[in-house]
Design a protein around this ligand. Sequence first.
Ligand code: URA
Length: 188
Amino acid sequence: MWKSLKQECMSCKKCPLWETRHNVVFGVGNPEAEVMFIGEGPGENEDLQGEPFVGRAGKLLDDMLRMIDLDRSRNIYIGNIVKCRPPKNRDPLGTEQESCIDWLYRQIELINPKIIVCLGRIAAMQMIKPDFRITREHGQWFDVDGRKCMALYHPAALLRDPHKRPDTFEDLMTLKQGIKDWCDTYNK
Ligand code: URA
C-alpha cells in the first residue's frame, strides 16, 4: 500500500509545480511512527535532494527533535502540505495545496499517527483550522479527527527571529509530555 502510494505520487502532475521540480519530496522517516511532523513544502535543497528539511531549517529541526528524543530515522515521519517546490520559495497557492493534500491524507491514513505536529502557519491552517493564528496558538493541543495536533513555529521562522526560540522550547516540552501521556495511557 505504502509502496504503491509512493510510486503513484512520484509521477504526480496534478498541479503545475511538476514542471519546475527536480524531485517529488514524498516524505522521510518511519511510516509506523506514532508522531508525524508536517511542513509547508520543499525548498531548493529539498527539491534537489528529494528529502524534506535538509537545508539550514532542517538542521535546526533535527536539533529540536533530538532534544526530546525524536529522530527522523527512528520514531517520526516528516511530510509536507505540498510535495513539489513552489518557485522562489513562495507560499504554496491554495490551488496547489488543494491538488496535493490528498497525498498527505493518504499518508496519514496509512501511518495512523496519534500525534501530528504542524511546522508553521501554512501547515496549521491546512491541518488544524483555516483561521489558525500561529503567534497565539502555537504549542496548544487541538483534537483533529481523534488525533492530538499542535503547531510549532516553522524552523525557518526561528532562524529569522531567534526571539521565538524560548517559546518553541516550551512547546517542545509540551509535546514531549503529550507523547509521554499517550505512551503511558497505551502502555507503549
Ligand atoms: N520547509 C518546509 O516546510 N518543508 C521542507 O521540506 C523544507 C523546508
